[in-house]
Design a protein around this ligand. Structure first.
Ligand SMILES: C[S@@+](CC[C@H](N)C(=O)[O-])C[C@H]1O[C@@H](n2cnc3c(N)ncnc32)[C@H](O)[C@@H]1O
Length: 338
């Protein structure tokens, strides 16, 4: 007689979100995130279900729950808590949920991205999702975050940088808005001081580009690099010279552009340079208002502009969601450098 195959039934509680708007986001994106992850191929019976008023993603894993699987689940953006689920135990009818302890020990807390509030900020859970989905599509899907470098060439107030730092990556970002960059540099300094995190900062002027930039070393033995520059995303390569190439580029494209022309122009100007920044096998994930520029048009634009291969197989083709009354449909495009 062959060995009996065990399966483990998991109930993953969706990440708690402050508002209905963001709960909807988790409901749309939790399943694609999990399916795109290295766990995706081995999962069975994936479904969303409400238990006692909370949303859970239910699924079965082949075999027992391993530390590696727990670690992967703990890093999902759209999952808040993980439970092993039993239909019943002895005479006690279920569903019964046993909490699974998932410890994320990082130098930088996810609070760094969460505490900063300002107009135009990209939601930090969504930003975490973009980081994960870029990683999952890349050749580095199973690498430890501490071996990866992430760039956001439209970094605003730094949500991508702080999120990727908290995951463990080295980061670099730039933005055209001088106030955003300067206040982000000040925030990094204050945050590290308040949280007693070792920090060294070097500020420099790139004379040829007329730009200011900062290089931060965060932490002591366990150390992360964070480069921040003021300038145009079309000059990302020059502005971030010395940082090295990126495994992942993660960004949220500007909204409030009424016509598709400027967005097309921005991408046509920037994509070749962003692609040069990527290591071969690396990936870019970006979000945009897809009521302004339809997905098909965006896919064609990306494929034409640079040596990038758009990843459009399921679940990467089902990431569109509503944000609010202004951004009625935001989509996510993922592409790999050949
Ligand atoms: C949607 S916001 C990004 C917000 C950011 N993720 C955050 O959470 O703060 C888009 C950003 O693109 C920047 N931007 C627009 N055009 C740019 C360009 N040509 N070069 C650099 N940055 C640009 C804007 O200043 C804005 O900060």
């Amino acid at each position: 007689m062959g060995a009996v195959e065990t399966t483990t039934r998991i109930a993953a509680q969706l990440a708690p979100q402050r508002s209905t708007q963001y709960s909807n986001l988790a409901r749309v994106l939790a399943q694609p995130e999990l399916l795109a992850s290295p766990l995706g191929a081995g999962l069975q019976d994936v479904s969303l279900r409400g238990i006692a008023g909370q949303d859970y993603l239910l699924f079965s894993l082949a075999g027992p729950l391993t530390a590696g699987t727990v670690g992967l689940l703990a890093n999902m953006a759209m999952i808040g808590g993980v439970f092993e689920m039993f239909d019943s135990i002895g005479d006690v009818a279920g569903p019964l949920l046993r909490p699974v302890e998932a410890v994320r020990s990082t130098l930088i807390s996810p609070d760094m991205a969460a505490t900063r509030r300002y107009k135009g900020k990209t939601n930090e859970a969504f930003t975490h999702f973009l980081c994960n989905i870029a990683k999952f599509a890349s050749d580095f899907h199973s690498s430890d975050w501490s071996t990866l470098a992430v760039v956001d060439p439209l970094c605003g107030g730094g949500t991508t940088l702080f999120t990727a730092l908290s995951l463990g990556a080295d980061v670099a970002g730039l933005d055209l808005d001088r106030t955003d960059i300067e206040s982000t540099a000040t925030f990094i300094t204050q945050y590290c001081r308040e949280n007693r995190i070792a920090l060294s900062a070097k500020e420099e002027r790139l004379r040829k580009l007329g730009a200011r930039r900062w290089l931060f070393q965060i932490g002591r033995e366990d150390r992360r690099r964070c480069m921040l520059a003021h300038g145009n995303a079309g000059q990302a390569g020059e502005l971030l010279a010395g940082f090295g190439r990126a495994h992942l580029i993660v960004t949220d494209l500007p909204y409030g552009i009424q016509h598709r022309g400027p967005l097309r122009g921005l991408l046509a100007d920037c994509l070749p340079g962003w692609t040069d920044l990527l290591i071969s096998g690396g990936a870019i994930a970006f979000s945009w208002d897809s009521t302004r520029l339809e997905r098909q048009e965006m896919m064609a634009l990306v494929a034409d502009a640079a040596d990038l291969e758009v990843v459009d197989r399921p679940p990467y083709d089902r990431l569109a969601h509503r944000v609010d009354r202004v951004i009625k449909r935001r989509d996510v495009l993922v592409a790999r450098r050949r």
